[in-house]
Design a protein around this ligand. Structure first.
Ligand code: SAM
Length: 203
């Protein structure tokens, strides 16, 4: 399967509570992946074997289960495992929009939960590693009520899996929670704009 990388390098910036949330979201992603047709090959890169993330993973899974999961866990960086040109770091703060899902790229998701006092953390990290970056085409497909465009790790996983399978952002972005946006824009040329009811416009 196509690789999908979770960058586990953020554990020192997480509180215990945030570490638990991060791992819960990763377990949910791993579960969906395992049950799906054509799963991604999941990679947990930058996983410190002595660190809080690894400790929390072992707490949730027995050692045996953890070792049998379809996850490649490694302390190596994404750039040690894949050619730099193949990597695209996903971050809501990127100036670039991911318009089409590319089956030959390796997308990287930052394994952290959002904190309002930490905007731009994953963008800064991607820049330091000199990696291409992209944000999901949320503005292009949804109408936003308010600021926060950062999605959780399990939402990110479901969106990427769906767009990989269907090629459709409309399908994939159904995993963005409705409370984050106020509806889907009407298709160009149609006049059936439904206002702020949060309902998709039916053709
Ligand atoms: N403030 C954090 C940051 O610096 O990115 C937000 C982290 S977000 C909760 C966790 C990860 O999900 C991000 O590192 C990014 O990989 C991915 N992500 C979340 N929303 C995204 C979006 N709209 N576009 C692209 N990636 C997104």
């Amino acid at each position: 399967g196509q690789p999908l990388v979770f960058d586990m390098s953020y554990e020192l910036q997480m509180t215990q509570r945030e570490t638990e949330n991060t791992i819960s979201q990763l377990l949910e992603s791993e579960g969906s992946n395992r049950r799906s047709l054509e799963p991604f090959h999941l990679h947990f890169c930058n996983l410190n074997p002595e660190g809080a993330y690894h400790k929390e993973l072992l707490k949730r899974y027995s050692t045996e289960t953890w070792e049998n999961l379809m996850i490649t866990a490694s302390p190596q960086r994404p750039i040690d495992m894949f050619p730099r040109e193949q990597l695209v770091y996903l971050t809501a703060d990127s100036p670039n929009v991911l318009r089409t899902f590319d089956h030959n790229k390796v997308y990287v998701i930052g394994a952290l939960v959002d904190r309002s006092n930490m905007p731009g953390v994953s963008l800064a990290n991607a820049k330091r590693l000199k990696l291409a970056t992209a944000r999901l085409p949320l503005d292009e497909h949804l109408r936003w009520e308010c600021g926060a465009k950062n999605l959780t790790l399990d939402q990110m996983f479901r969106i990427l899996w769906t767009v990989k399978q269907t090629g459709s952002w409309v399908e994939a972005l159904k995993f963005v929670p409705q409370r984050k946006h106020s509806g889907y824009p009407a298709k160009k040329g149609t006049n059936d704009y439904k206002g702020a009811e949060g309902r998709p416009t039916v053709p």
